[in-house]
Design a protein around this ligand. Structure first.
Ligand SMILES: Nc1nc2c(c(=O)[nH]1)N[C@H]1C(S)=C(S)[C@@H](COP(=O)(O)O)O[C@H]1N2
Ligand SMILES: [Mo]
Length: 312
């Protein structure tokens, strides 16, 4: 091993919890594009000389060990995870960015050309690794093998699985989750930079809540603690990180809604419907759950619903 990077903390970032011992959840895409051509990693965009690296090329470069904590935005963390591979810094020495390059985009070999981006300086300084192994074995295909990036000190959506292209950019280009799902572009878990605020004025919001119909609305992070919202219609609403602590939500309809990381502690959810909803990471401690319907709901990482949790 030619280098070592340690990025481990004794503490968990706010509102994270440890994944079950030995468990590494799979999040997002779970397979690369069906493509028989040899795996290459292209370094393109604002570089002095574009280059391609085969997997063998990567294995022949000096290998660095990175021990880091992983923090998924859906609230699970794993501490002290060991990867080896080539540092981004080492790779960029072989194909230096041009002086106008400010951002770096990592693109995946997947059907949707999944990507994520970082300021170039962050990507370098945080110790980004182009990882080939995990705990001493080749990186598992489901976790991005044969090659993924691992970016310490950012939520794990900044670490792309099945890396195919590294592109140097003058202007930022939002990644898949950042553009499609409102994930925060900075993604610092210590600052809880999970999702961006929704685009709705405070006045519109009050009207929507008074009418008790927020179906199809994007109300990420909405603050509705303690409100009387019985019979609320919230079909297909985007309610990530929303606050409904202690609210009256009797008979509310959250069919197909996205409630990941929502705060529902102490809410009255009698007879509420969560059919097909995404409630990953949502907190239900002390909530009244009689007659709640979670049919087809995605419950990974929820807390306070242990007795009705479905199998993963
Ligand atoms: N290609 C690709 N990379 C991706 C994703 C994805 O959907 N596609 N999801 C991201 C998210 S949200 C997380 S939390 C991690 C999950 O990695 P894991 O499945 O190995 O735990 O991968 C990130 N990288
Ligand atoms: Mo994630």
């Amino acid at each position: 091993m030619s280098g070592m990077i340690q990025s481990v903390n004794q503490k968990l970032p706010p509102n994270q919890h440890l994944a079950a011992p030995g468990k590494w959840p799979v999040v997002g895409e779970n397979t690369p594009r069906d493509d028989a051509s040899p795996w290459t990693i292209k370094v393109t965009g604002l570089v002095s000389q574009p280059r391609r690296f085969s997997l063998e090329d990567l294995r022949d470069l000096p290998q660095t060990e990175l021990v880091t904590d992983i923090h998924c935005v859906t609230r699970w963390s794993r501490l002290g995870v060991r990867f080896t591979g080539v540092t981004l810094a080492a790779l960029l020495e072989l194909c230096p960015p041009q002086s106008e390059a400010r951002f770096i985009s990592f693109v995946a070999r997947t059907n949707r050309n999944h990507s994520t981006s970082l300021p170039l300086s962050d990507a370098r300084n945080l110790g980004t690794l182009i990882a080939l192994t995990h705990e001493g074995a080749p990186l598992e295909p489901i976790h991005g093998g044969p090659v993924r990036t691992v970016v310490p000190e950012r939520y794990f959506y900044k670490s792309v699985k099945w890396l195919e292209r590294i592109e140097m950019l003058a202007e930022d280009r939002l990644g898949y989750w950042e553009a499609e799902a409102g994930y925060h572009n900075h993604a610092d878990p210590w600052l809880e930079e999970r999702y961006i605020a929704p685009e709705v004025t405070a006045r519109d919001l009050q009207r929507l809540l008074q009418d008790r119909d927020i179906s199809g609305r994007d109300l990420r992070g909405v603050r509705a603690e303690g409100r009387n919202l019985s019979g609320l219609k919230a079909v297909g609403a985007l309610l990530r990180d929303s606050h409904f602590e202690g609210a009256n939500l009797i008979g509310a309809d959250f069919t197909g809604a996205n409630l990941s990381n929502a705060h529902l502690q102490g809410a009255d959810l009698s007879g509420a419907k969560f059919t097909g909803a995404d409630v990953e990471g949502a907190a239900f401690e002390g909530a009244v759950l009689s007659g709640v319907d979670f049919t087809g709901a995605s419950l990974f990482g929820t807390t306070g619903v242990e007795n009705i949790r479905t199998e993963e």
